[in-house]
Ligand binder design. Structure first.
Ligand code: ADP
Ligand code: MG
Length: 248
């Protein structure tokens, strides 16, 4: 994943002020920083939910907003292809309440990828098992704990077999006793190196232990970018030092 000169303005405020970043395939990167620093905005740009004002994004060598075949601005078909390579899980899981866990996970493989029902459901079972919920396939979201619901949301994103997974504070809305189970899943996914992962988190111990690399974003700029062990042991900027002291 290659980002060059990414900028995003919201009204008078420049929320991202020129982000340059190279993330090799399979790397797990933690994104930390104060509230309002632009973390969610960056993920929304990477998810194609919003368009940058300037700069470029490439995923697996494929430009996001330009159709490489024509060199012209990307049309709907190109964006659809790019989006298919990226999965995202949000803080507030938005499962379909009227569907079982199985159907929640099978829905996109069936209707977006066009897999036959049996195949989509087999795939859904595979990913529910991966997040430790093989026995909850027939449960509705209302019958699951917050942590289980968030794991279904992760399985749902994984079932599209993306190259890149984006996680935006996926444990922030959970009761403390449910956080560990979700972080464990992220840790396993990261260790498998099957995908590139970008994780916005306030769980600093998790970032330190599980992410190859940590970025510290402040006021729309990446002001630290280092192997996690290094960044947490010896942050270079006063701003990051203060932030880490306040949150740990
Ligand atoms: P973070 O995720 O790091 O807390 P965000 O990316 O959500 O930061 O927000 C960055 C800045 O953009 C903040 O100043 C926030 O108030 C502003 N912002 C976020 N979303 C919107 C929006 N939809 N409209 C206007 N301003 C927004
Ligand atoms: Mg945010």
């Amino acid at each position: 994943m290659v980002l060059r000169g990414l900028r995003k303005r919201r009204g008078p405020l420049e929320v991202l002020r020129g982000i340059d970043l190279d993330i090799p395939a399979g790397q797990t990167v933690a994104l930390i920083g104060p509230s309002g620093s632009g973390k969610s905005t960056l993920l929304r740009l990477l998810m194609t939910l919003e368009r940058p004002d300037a700069g470029s994004i490439e995923i697996g060598g494929v430009p996001m907003w330009t159709d490489p075949r024509t060199g012209r601005p990307a049309g709907a078909a190109h964006l659809h292809r790019v989006r298919g390579r990226i999965g995202m899980v949000f803080q507030h899981f938005n499962l379909f309440p009227h569907m079982t866990a199985l159907r929640n996970v099978a829905e996109a493989p069936r209707h977006v990828l066009g897999l036959p029902r049996a195949e989509a459901e087999a795939r859904a079972r595979e990913y529910l098992a991966q997040v430790g919920l093989a026995d909850k396939a027939d449960a509705h979201p209302a019958g699951l704990s917050g942590g289980q619901r968030q794991r279904v949301a992760i399985a749902r994103a994984l079932a599209m077999r993306p190259d890149v997974m984006l996680f935006d504070e996926v444990t922030s809305a959970l009761d403390p006793e449910l956080v560990g189970g979700v972080l464990e899943i992220l840790q396993e996914l990261s260790a498998s190196r099957a995908m590139t992962m970008l994780i916005v988190t306030h769980q600093m111990k998790f970032a330190e232990r599980s992410a190859d690399r940590t970025l510290f974003l402040d006021q729309g700029s990446i002001i630290e970018d280092a192997p996690s062990a290094e960044l947490f042991r010896a942050p270079r900027t006063e701003r990051a030092r203060q932030f880490l002291q306040a949150v740990i």
